[in-house]
Ligand binder design. Structure first.
Ligand code: SF4
Length: 100
């Protein structure tokens, strides 16, 4: 599983080695505004109150689609991205594959 902190670690590591640029959309994420503890995006219970609070913030975020695109491109990502948790993303991808 890949978490937000692991992604940040990868970004920071690459930044140090000048191989990676933090995506612009990530700079504008509402999860970075400090309204909630960053761990709220990695709740222990996917349908619990922390998850719902994080998803509500995602719904008002200006970069939701960029974030969701990032999440569906890496199916190992855990946590809430683009207003969805990993279970919801996997279910949506399965539905899309069945329709194809
Ligand atoms: S959609 Fe949610 S997780 Fe993604 S950047 Fe915005 S607030 Fe953060």
């Amino acid at each position: 599983m890949s978490s937000r902190s692991e992604l940040l670690d990868r970004m920071m590591s690459a930044l140090v080695s000048a191989e990676y640029t933090v995506p612009d959309w990530y700079r504008h994420g509402h999860c970075r505004l400090g309204a909630l503890d960053p761990d709220a995006w990695f709740p222990t219970t996917p349908a619990g109150p922390d998850a719902e609070r994080a998803k509500r913030i995602c719904r008002r975020c200006p970069v939701t689609l960029d974030c969701l695109r990032h999440a569906v491109s890496d199916t190992d990502l855990d946590g809430i991205w683009g207003g969805t948790d990993a279970i919801e993303r996997k279910a949506a991808l399965r539905r899309l594959q069945r329709r194809a």
